[in-house]
Write a protein that binds this ligand. Structure first.
Ligand code: ATP
Ligand code: MG
Length: 204
């Protein structure tokens, strides 16, 4: 199934991470590919690197993974983006942003076709399409690949074994049409309006 979190309010990426947590609880394999804000280090990246370090330490000592925590190792984040575009002092060439987004899309396509994942989060992909870093039709064709690997049809909504979440403002209409679940986060209030900068552990 295809899920979209869009809109101008906060909560799109964190909602996707919440879905990741829920899926990991059921031992699902989760991959998140970040299309734009790749250079920004967030709490989720730090958490994953702590888990990986722990795994490495246990492997070196030839010890088993802590029981019940095995599923956490099935979570991967790939930071494929080149950071903010045209804001926050961005000096990267548009062509470089485009190259990075296209590389991210290539990884997404490979991941979708690999059947190695149960949940794939394409973070900020809507923005990458909106900014014309990616071709909308090409992304849509890749998304439709999830139907090549059908699930036992539990309901008509579960048309694939794989769930893909697309996040980011300005989701293209064609994505919304194809999706099974779309939520729009609407900004009512944001500390930024009072001049507050992004806060560690809330915004990143
Ligand atoms: P989150 O990652 O917190 O779930 P999001 O994915 O919905 O947020 P993005 O558009 O990706 O939102 O923005 C990333 C972060 O930047 C968010 O945490 C958000 O609170 C913050 N943000 C969004 N809009 C603004 C703004 N106008 N000014 C400052 N910060 C903003
Ligand atoms: Mg986001």
């Amino acid at each position: 199934m295809i899920i979209i979190f869009t809109g101008n309010g906060k909560g799109k990426t964190t909602a996707a991470l919440g879905q990741a947590m829920r899926a990991l609880g059921y031992n699902k394999r989760v991959l998140m590919i970040q299309f734009i804000k790749g250079s920004w280090i967030s709490g989720e990246h730090i958490l994953i690197s702590k888990i990986k370090n722990q795994k490495l330490k246990l492997q070196i000592k030839n010890k088993k993974l802590p029981k019940g925590l095995e599923s956490f190792y099935n979570f991967q984040i790939i930071k494929a983006g080149k950071g903010f575009i045209k804001i926050a002092g961005d000096k990267t060439l548009f062509s470089e942003h485009k190259k990075a987004a296209q590389k991210a899309l290539f990884l997404a396509e490979k991941a979708i076709k690999s059947q190695k994942w149960d949940l794939i989060i394409l973070d900020e992909i809507n923005v990458a399409v909106h900014l014309k870093l990616l071709n909308e039709k090409k992304v849509l064709d890749i998304l439709k690949c999830i139907y090549l690997y059908p699930h036992k049809p539990v309901t008509s909504l579960h048309r694939s074994a794989l769930t893909v979440i697309l996040t980011g403002r300005n989701a293209p209409k064609s994505f919304i049409k194809e999706a099974d679940l779309v939520t729009e986060m609407k900004e009512i209030k944001h500390p930024f309006q009072k001049g507050c900068l992004a806060q560690k552990s809330i915004e990143y």
